[in-house]
Structure formats: structure tokens, C-alpha cells
Design a protein around this ligand. Structure first.
Ligand SMILES: Nc1nc2c([nH]c(=O)n2[C@H]2C[C@H](O)[C@@H](COP(=O)(O)OP(=O)(O)OP(=O)(O)O)O2)c(=O)[nH]1
Length: 257
């Protein structure tokens, strides 16, 4: 199976690059169709010549998509100078001299052009996301369960589930904003831990950043939402999450397990 590898250093933290990779606008310009604005595990990419790939990995280590005769992998490595992005493309050749000639002249050239263009788009999206406003979310875990809350507005999102949190105000650190939002929304104080999963793009200039958290006082109540509930890892996939939170389900399951 011929394989092509390219690498580039992106001047952004790993969580930002991993989130930017989920933005489907980075691939739809290449004649690839994919549902929704965000890639997630199981998303299906359809391309020219009937190419069909399923996303098999979408986390902090990178993204992979595989089909019958084509595989795409993007691996991420944090370095002191930014994030190293290593792209690997491999495909099944039709074999024989003609097949090998086509690989060299058409396949490799095409793959290189696509990778080059995508690399430029990724760097640009990372710059935007580094400057984006942040919505923080709390992954509050107690007794092997995660706390989720049900939105009551706007109409388009009413009834869907999200994590406690909200926008970081000017002059606030994300961790401070999260502690404030948990008091306002739940009447509970939390200790904020490590980030969970990537910075998930919400809009051009807005990202969702989730942190693990532990209750430090008070029993959570739905003060501004319809309801709160504690979910097991097995229950997470069947919840009607907001789209950005759905992307984080595998990372949240890992946090619970
Ligand atoms: N708090 C929270 N917000 C989330 C999550 N996932 C997600 O997409 N969001 C979105 C919903 C909102 O558009 C935005 C949070 O903004 P906000 O705290 O100012 O709340 P809001 O409901 O007044 O939002 P908006 O009217 O400004 O859009 O982030 C999540 O897990 N928690």
C-alpha cells in the first residue's frame, strides 16, 4: 500500500489544533461531503469517484478516516514550539506497471496538493481559534457519573443537554469563569481540574473548552435549566446533547472509566 507522509509545525496548543481538525469546513472544499459542522467518531466522508471513509479516531491524538482503498491519518504531537502535525495518506494501488506509474504521477501529486492546501487551512483556523472567545464547560464527576443539565432556551436547543458553564468574561481566567457559572447555574462550588478533550469550535470565533471538575460544596440544582441528571458512561451516547458536547462523548466516557 503506497503511503505519503508530510509534517508541519503549527503555532498553537495541541487542544486547539485537535479542535480545528474537527471543523468540517477544512475538508469540504475538496469535493468531500460530510454531515454537520463537526467531525466525530463514525462521521462518514464521501468524496469524488465514490470514495467513502468513516472517521475511526477524533481525539487529542488526532483524526483518522478509513475506507475500502484509502486511509487518512493526522497525528498530533505537542512540542515546546507548538504542535507537530503529521499527515499520512495510504491507498490501495491497482497494481502492475500502469498502476505504479499512476501512483507516482497522479496519486502522489494529488495527495500532496490536497495535504498542502489543508495544512494552510488548518494553520489559519488554528490562528482564528487561538483568538476565539471561550465557553467553558464543567465535567463534574461523582461516584462514576457525570452531571448534565437540560437547556430551556432558545427554542432550537430547548430540551437538549449540555454541561454546566458559560462564556468567559473579559479579564476572567477560564477556571474562574467555570467556578462562577457553577455557582450561578447549580448553586454549587467546584474544584476545577484538567481540560477534557479538544477545544471544540462552536462558531468562527467561539470554542467550547471542557474541564474535569469535582463538587466542593452544595448539592447541584437546576437553577437556570429544566433539569440536571447524573449519567453513567454507558448512558452518554444516547443523550440528546448539543452538537459540540456530542463530539466530546468519547473523552467524557474515558473520564468516567
Ligand atoms: N454552558 C454551556 N454552553 C454550551 C455547551 N455546549 C455548547 O455548545 N454551548 C454553547 C451554548 C451557548 O451558545 C454558548 C454558551 O453561551 P452562554 O453561556 O452565554 O449562554 P447562552 O445560553 O446565553 O448562549 P447564547 O444565547 O449567548 O448563545 O455555548 C456546554 O456544554 N455548556
Amino acid at each position: 500500500m503506497p503511503e505519503l507522509r508530510t509534517s508541519a509545525l503549527v503555532d498553537a496548543p495541541l487542544a486547539v489544533v485537535a479542535g480545528a481538525l474537527l471543523d468540517t469546513s477544512l475538508i469540504t472544499g475538496f469535493g468531500v461531503a460530510v454531515q454537520g459542522p463537526l467531525l466525530r467518531l463514525g462521521s462518514v466522508l464521501t468524496g469524488p469517484f465514490g470514495v467513502r471513509l468513516a472517521v475511526t479516531r477524533a481525539d487529542l491524538s488526532g483524526v483518522s478516516a478509513a475506507g475500502d482503498f484509502l486511509e487518512l491519518h493526522t497525528d498530533l504531537v505537542a512540542t515546546g514550539a507548538g504542535t507537530m502535525v503529521v499527515d499520512r495518506v495510504s491507498w490501495t494501488t491497482v497494481g502492475g506497471v500502469v498502476g505504479r506509474f499512476a501512483d507516482i504521477t497522479v496519486g502522489r501529486g494529488m495527495a500532496l496538493r490536497v495535504l498542502d492546501k489543508r495544512s494552510a487551512l488548518l494553520a489559519r483556523r488554528c490562528r482564528e481559534l487561538c483568538a476565539a472567545r471561550v465557553v467553558v464547560g464543567a465535567a463534574i464527576v461523582r461516584g462514576g457519573r457525570l452531571l448534565a443539565q437540560q437547556r430551556s432556551y432558545p427554542e432550537s436547543h430547548a430540551g437538549q443537554w449540555e454541561l454546566p458553564g458559560g462564556r468567559v468574561e473579559d479579564g476572567e481566567q477560564p477556571e474562574e469563569a467555570l467556578a462562577r457559572e457553577c455557582v450561578e447555574e447549580l448553586g454549587a462550588s467546584v474544584e476545577v481540574g484538567e481540560q477534557v478533550g479538544p477545544d471544540v469550535p462552536l462558531k468562527e470565533d467561539l470554542v467550547l473548552r471542557v474541564f474535569a471538575a469535582r463538587l466542593a460544596g452544595g448539592e447541584p440544582e437546576a437553577l437556570e435549566h429544566n433539569a440536571v441528571k447524573w449519567l453513567t458512561a454507558d448512558e452518554l451516547p444516547s443523550v440528546d446533547w448539543l452538537p459540540a458536547d456530542r463530539v466530546l462523548v468519547p473523552a467524557l466516557q474515558r473520564l468516567l472509566n
